[in-house]
Design a protein around this ligand. Sequence first.
Ligand code: SF4
Length: 253
Amino acid sequence: MALAERAGINFEVVNSHTTADAPETVYFIREQFKAMEERGIKCSIVMPRYKDKPVSMWTLIPQKLMPPTRLVRYCCDVLKENTGKNRFIATGVRWAESARRKNSRGIMEVMHKDPAKRIILMGDNDEKRKLFETCNLKGKMTVNPIVDWSDDDVWDYTHSEHLPVNPLYCEGQKRVGCIGCPMAGRGRQREFMRWPAYEKMYISAFERMLDVRKAKGLPCDWQTGMDVFRWWMEDDNISGQLSMDDLMEDNNV
Ligand code: SF4
């Protein structure tokens, strides 16, 4: 956003409200949107919907019959990647964030459900550039202008331009996203200690997920939402859990 504003281009800012972000992040976004709107920048917060109805992480889990996992991140599809239709999107994705991003993200991208139809440009002189510029695929077109920035680059730029910072980074958090995100690995334990109400909401959603599984006659070896939570947190002491293959089959993945 800061780069777009300084470049003097026409743009608008959209936030997908995931319902699982930390309260501090939600308040920070609201404050920043208010300040940007006062500078004449159009800002909007998109509330998630699923099957034409409002949804949250806590009502989505029972509908999907399984917890979100590293392999099945249905929550991103529904809660986070639900905007940008027919728009050219700019993100803050960076290669330094993960090995997966280093291998799968580029400076510019046309994403498509069919991996064979994706176009990912890894640099300005990429020979696929012409293909990108003439692309008429029905994919999401994305530019990632800071994809090759290191963490130090981001902080140097933030400090030199006096940009506002989510207060959670000032507390020492390295990653600010949905609380309990399965991609956050062991960091989730720290998150649930910091925001215990979210642990309760996940356990309650897992309870309701088990109720739906039982009502549908699906295998249900877990007894309680807490059993599911401990499996989900990769606590190896739980026995009798369903395999990922079983869960993906139940969910038609
Ligand atoms: S929890 Fe993780 S995978 Fe799910 S929507 Fe949030 S960022 Fe995406």
